[in-house]
Design a protein around this ligand. Structure first.
Ligand code: HEC
Ligand code: HEC
Length: 77
């Protein structure tokens, strides 16, 4: 087997391992988010802009511990 093919195999393996690790971290973070269906203020779930607006301005609402994401329902169901 030529040397270049061997190196390509090694690079491919590293890329696959990195991809699996990143996918695992993103999934673990997503499923660890709190559910909101049981909360009275969240029926039906608002649009992401409304979620952010209320959670920024309403003193009763806990502030987001993460950056402003483009969707909320993917993690907070
Ligand atoms: C009208 C204001 C308002 C809007 C809109 C709103 N929230 Fe909230 N949210 C609150 C308040 C107040 C609380 C505190 C808990 C409660 O409702 O008693 C809360 C609590 C939470 C919590 C913590 C739940 C827990 O178990 O501690 C999360 C997560 C959350 N909201 C996410 C969201 C998401 C996602 C949206 C959009 C779909 C959203 N909120 C829209 C006011 C709001
Ligand atoms: C990629 C997944 C993900 C997305 C998307 C997401 N969150 Fe979160 N959120 C989390 C995780 C994980 C936590 C920490 C655990 C928890 O408190 O729910 C959290 C925590 C929160 C909390 C604090 C809850 C508390 O009790 O202190 C609020 C409020 C919140 N998120 C609101 C939002 C809003 C609003 C959006 C949409 C703009 C959103 N989240 C999108 C994963 C996410």
């Amino acid at each position: 087997m030529p040397r270049i093919v061997h190196q390509l195999y090694a690079i491919g393996l590293v890329v696959i391992v990195l991809f699996v690790l990143i996918a695992w971290v993103v999934t673990a973070f997503s499923v660890s988010a709190k559910t909101i269906v049981q909360l009275p203020d969240h029926q039906p779930p608002a649009a992401p802009e409304a979620c952010v607006r209320c959670h920024r301005t309403n003193a009763q609402a806990p502030s987001m511990p993460h950056i402003e994401l483009p969707t909320c329902g993917y993690c907070h169901r």
